[in-house]
Design a protein around this ligand. Structure first.
Ligand code: UDP
Length: 321
């Protein structure tokens, strides 16, 4: 199938592009390179440098016989979205609606959407399943939920078929070492820990050590990017085979604390990871773990690379000096 992958030069997108190419799809990456890197793009894919706000370029490109769009291009820092919401409404909402509007004009039917656990907000129970109420507590999560709701309307009114994949904490790097580009200006825990272990930063701030978790630090469900990538291929197959939409969680089902991540990184790298304890970060729940029961039921997907050692080792292979 001819597929456009927006944000295909970015962190999760570049891993998915490899798998779409491996599956025999004809892949074009559409990326503005604001955070993505051309080095990350599989050589089997065609590359178009462009923004989701460039409607005429998007229309020209999408007019070339595409059947599906896999949409990664978005901002993803929850904290930043609370201080600069316009940046998030512009890219995550306007940019996505531009794509959807053009897809509807051109009768492009299939859409795979990078959604997020942030649509749920504070957990009312754990593990979070897809029946958990959605109530985002940061603007980033709201932008993703708003698009999910638009997708439902586009599906009901225009016959779009979509998969909304709610990632928990995306982490790790390609276990075969094919993606080497480090994330620029990272704010998530794993790349920050890696920057400390490799000497790019001096130390790390731990946001809270007084949570009711096994060691007092925040617990998250880290899902390996290779596992995420696989789910996208299966989700597209599902849409084509079943002609039905799906909304599902992608998670490992296991939680690791900030200190678990630091300890494993020290073990794998052989380097110290100095840290200071800061106050809690606003909007951070103590624990966020999920169960991907729908991904198993519909896609026969289960994570295989999301154990702590594989997450850390695959990332250290990219960060080690
Ligand atoms: N965290 C931290 N220091 C950092 C970045 C993150 O202590 O520099 C903690 C954060 O409070 C949370 C966990 O690490 O408990 C994962 O945070 P991240 O920002 O990676 O993802 P989030 O869960 O916020 O989506």
């Amino acid at each position: 199938m001819k597929i456009l992958v927006t944000g295909g030069a970015g962190y999760v997108g570049s891993h998915a592009v490899i798998d779409f190419c491996d599956a025999g799809h004809d892949v074009t990456v559409y990326d503005d390179l604001s955070l993505g890197m051309t080095d990350n793009i599989d050589i089997r894919a065609t590359f178009v440098e462009g923004s989701t706000h460039d409607i005429s370029l998007l229309r020209d490109v999408l007019s070339q016989g595409f059947e599906a769009v896999v949409h990664f291009a978005a901002w993803k820092a929850a904290g930043e979205s609370m201080v600069d919401p316009k940046k998030y409404s512009h890219n995550n909402m306007n940019g996505t609606l531009n794509i959807l509007n053009i897809m509807m004009d051109l009768n492009i039917k299939y859409f795979i959407f990078s959604s997020t656990a942030a649509v749920y907000g504070f957990p009312e129970y754990l593990p979070i399943d897809e029946d958990h109420p959605v109530n985002p507590i940061n603007y980033y999560g709201y932008t993703k939920l708003a698009i999910e709701q638009n997708l439902k309307w586009f599906s009901d009114l225009q016959g779009l078929r979509y998969a909304a994949l709610r990632y928990f904490n995306a982490a790790g790097y390609d276990v075969k070492g094919r993606i080497r580009g480090k994330e620029r200006n990272p704010q998530n825990l794993l790349p920050v820990v890696m920057e400390v272990a490799s000497g790019i930063r001096n130390s790390l701030k731990i946001f809270g050590d007084d949570y009711k978790t096994h060691d007092g630090t925040g617990v998250r469900d880290y899902i390996h990017v290779n596992d995420l990538a696989t789910a996208h291929i299966k989700a597209l197959d599902y849409l084509v085979d079943n002609d039905k939409d799906i909304v599902l969680n992608l998670a490992s089902g296991e939680g690791f604390s900030v200190l678990d991540v630091i300890n494993e990184t020290e073990k794998v790298s052989g380097n110290a990871v100095p840290y200071e304890i800061e106050g809690r970060r606003e909007g951070d729940p103590a624990e966020l773990v999920s169960i991907s029961k729908l991904a198993w039921a519909h896609l026969k997907w289960k994570p295989v690379f999301s154990d702590l050692n594989t997450l850390i080792t695959s990332t250290w292979n990219v960060y080690k000096p």
